[in-house]
Design a protein around this ligand. Structure first.
Ligand code: CA2
Length: 171
């Protein structure tokens, strides 16, 4: 938690007053490669919602829980790793759709293992019910608190709500 000095501080101490207003850590929703094109390809598998629609859904869920939201997408592995490093101190929980990073990225796995907050791995499609068996073989789930797969983009909302539930329980 970060805190800021209150306006009535007359102590002469200009350091932040830890007893006043506090800023909650954010729910981080991170998206991997190609998800910027959500809604434009393979609607039979991934639906018609765009990533902007998904962000709006996540923001509504985070707003109702009174939590800030950080929502991002990248096609670059090193960017995802930098965001996970940032999340170590700034996030109360991470919902990550790693997309194809989940099949090969040991660096993303290592970065997830460094995060102590709850981590929900989200897949829009049911990766166990796809055309190819390899799609089920995510290497990241061992670092996750839990995983949601096959519930469409609603899985993101559920992940944010679950992180909010865990955050409020531990407050
Ligand atoms: O179901 C999911 O959310 C996936 O994580 C999506 C990944 C795929 O590699 C995983 O097996 C399951 C990314 C799919 C390719 O990106 C697309 C982006 C927009 C529309 C369709 C596909």
């Amino acid at each position: 938690m970060l805190s800021f000095a209150g306006k009535d501080d007359v102590s002469g101490d200009d350091r932040p007053d830890l007893g006043e207003q506090s800023v909650a850590k954010a729910v981080y929703v991170l998206n991997g490669p190609n998800l910027n094109l959500l809604g434009q390809r393979e609607p039979a598998i991934y639906g018609h919602n765009t990533l902007a629609d998904v962000e709006a859904m996540c923001r509504a869920a985070a707003d109702s829980a009174g939590l800030p939201l950080v929502f991002r997408q990248t096609n670059a592995e090193h960017v995802m790793i930098d965001w996970l490093h940032e999340a170590r101190t700034e996030a109360c929980g991470i919902a990550i759709n790693p997309a194809a990073f989940c099949y090969h990225s040991v660096p993303v796995l290592d970065a997830l293992k460094m995060c102590e907050c709850p981590i929900i791995e989200v897949h829009i499609s049911n990766i166990h019910r796809r055309e190819a068996e390899w799609r089920a073989n995510t290497i990241l789930t061992v670092a996750a608190t839990g995983m949601i797969s096959g519930l469409g983009v609603h899985g993101y909302t559920l992940a944010v709500q679950h992180i909010a539930h865990l955050t409020q329980r531990s407050a």
